[in-house]
Structures are given as C-alpha cells and as structure tokens.
Design a protein around this ligand. Structure first.
Ligand SMILES: [Zn+2]
Length: 104
C-alpha cells in the first residue's frame, strides 16, 4: 500500500471521532479548503503551461518576408514587427494563426 493510502486510513477514524465529538464543520471545512487549494494550484499550473506553449515558429529573420497573425474567430489581422517570443498572440480567446509571406 502507498503512503498516501496509509495516511487516509489513519485520518478516517480520526475524522469520524472529531466530527462526532466537536461537530462536522471541523472535518468538512479543512477538506473544503484543501480541495480549493488543490484546484487553485492546478489552475495556476495550467496557466503557466499555456504561457510556455510554443507554436514552433522560427524567429523572424532579417529578410524579405513578413508574418501576419489572423484570428480564426473574427478575422482580425496583426502584422508582426518584432517577435518577442515564439508564441502566437491570442484574440477572441484563441491562438491566432500565423501566415508568413515572402516579399518580392
Ligand atoms: Zn478575434
């Protein structure tokens, strides 16, 4: 058995005794707090991973080409002047799609 299961097995009778002796709010409130904390950390982790998401686009090179990002939802187009990261910008809650055009 894993250590986590042993902790749960040890905590269950303690929770029942605490709930019966002092009231169930002393059992349910910490569990609710733990659930909220776990959910908050998972949400922040998802945001950080989304920010690190790369589209695999190459860096802008000095050359006769231009990159235009377009929003698949509303059609807004953004001309890229300087690439700070390789991540595509977002619009309407979605990642914009890149289109690189050769000039001349
Ligand atoms: Zn849009």
């Amino acid at each position: 058995m894993s250590a986590r299961r042993w902790v749960l097995l040890a905590a269950a009778p303690l929770a029942v005794i605490t709930g019966l002796a002092f009231g169930w709010r002393w059992v349910l409130a910490p569990l609710l707090g733990l659930a909220f904390l776990t959910w908050s950390i998972a949400s922040l982790r998802a945001l950080v991973q989304d920010a690190k998401d790369d589209t695999g686009l190459p860096a802008v090179e000095d050359g006769p080409e231009r990159t235009v990002f377009s929003c698949p939802e509303c059609g807004t187009e953004v001309l890229l002047l300087h690439r700070g990261t390789s991540r595509a910008p977002s619009h309407c809650g979605q990642r914009m799609t890149a289109r690189t055009e050769l000039l001349r």
